[in-house]
Design a protein around this ligand. Structure first.
Ligand code: SAM
Length: 291
């Protein structure tokens, strides 16, 4: 008899009834009920029998089960206490899974990696993320410079497009630069709403982030760099020069700003969205160095 996976509509419904579980919208609970999609996520995540996997929000264990089957060791962070007995039940056959009852935003992930995985083991983050906090979770994980190879996550389609965007596109903005400074970002597939229970209102995509060993550009001061990027996109219809005038109005005269732009050979009539990461680094370093 073939195994009945957790990620099916019938098994999910059975668990909902058995545990009288009701979905909490406020926790972004849209569970996956399609094994093919899950296998796709795991495949794109580069998981194999030597890998460690970190999951955020196991829910009833749909993705956790696939990770347990394909990876060496799995650690999953779940915030909702009501899911703990369910996970204990659904994952009882898998000895390589540990569920930690904690808000991922408060977790010391570096410590967990150190204590739960083998030294030198490749670790990948894989998750169907709660949509209400996708960006804070991903930014925390990439900024913390964890020893993680990649993050492969199901997120809202529009956010995935912003994170993986190219210059001169509608989706390109400060979030793109923030994510691509730390990782190489790629949308690997879009996913229809019908693979979730309950179905979300928005479309979803699988985003893959491969963690960079080094940032792709040299910046003198990261905080200042990210602030300047944000300022350059503050009003998308304005020119770069005008956004910089507003941002630096307490500090520099228009002449000062024009001078810096001229020194680095940057046309101030361009829009922020036309600058690639190297140009933002050039701009930020020039202003940082005259401080
Ligand atoms: N992985 C399951 C699946 O694919 O069926 C569930 C995914 S569901 C979109 C998101 C999960 O994240 C829920 O189980 C929810 O309770 C959990 N969650 C929400 N906020 C969280 C947080 N801050 N830390 C950890 N887990 C969280």
């Amino acid at each position: 008899m073939s195994k009945k996976y957790i990620a099916t509509p019938s098994k999910t419904k059975e668990l909902l009834t058995k545990y009288k579980f009701s979905f909490k919208k406020s926790l972004g609970q849209n569970f996956l009920v399609d094994v093919n999609v899950l296998e796709n996520i795991v495949k794109h995540a580069g998981i194999d029998k030597t890998s460690g996997a970190i999951e955020i929000g196991p829910g009833m264990g749909a993705l956790t089960e696939q990770l347990a089957l394909y990876a060496d060791q799995v650690v999953a962070f779940e915030i909702d206490q009501r899911l703990l007995p369910i996970l204990k039940d659904t994952l009882q056959d898998y000895s390589n899974v540990e569920v930690i009852h904690q808000d991922i935003l408060e977790a010391n992930v570096a410590e967990v990696i150190h204590t739960h995985f083998k030294p030198g083991q490749d670790v990948h983050v894989v998750a169907n993320l709660p949509y209400y906090i996708t960006t804070p979770i991903l930014m925390k994980l990439v900024r913390d410079k964890l020893p993680v190879k990649s993050l492969t996550v199901m997120i809202q389609k529009e956010v995935a497009e912003r994170m993986a965007a190219e210059p001169n596109s509608k989706s390109y903005g400060s979030l793109t630069i923030a994510v691509q400074y730390y990782t190489e970002a790629k949308v690997v597939m879009t996913v229809p709403k019908r693979v979730f229970m309950p179905q979300p209102n928005v479309d979803s995509s699988i985003l893959q982030l491969v963690v960079r060993q080094e940032p792709p550009v040299h910046v003198e001061n990261e905080d200042f760099f990210f602030k300047l990027v944000q300022a350059s996109f503050a009003q998308r219809r304005k020119t770069l020069r005008n956004n910089l005038f507003s941002y630096f109005k307490e500090q520099y005269t228009k002449d000062n700003i024009n001078e810096v732009l001229e020194t680095i050979g940057m046309d101030g009539t361009r829009r922020g969205e036309s600058l690639d990461m190297a140009e933002f680094a050039l701009l930020a370093n020039a202003f940082y160095n005259i401080k």
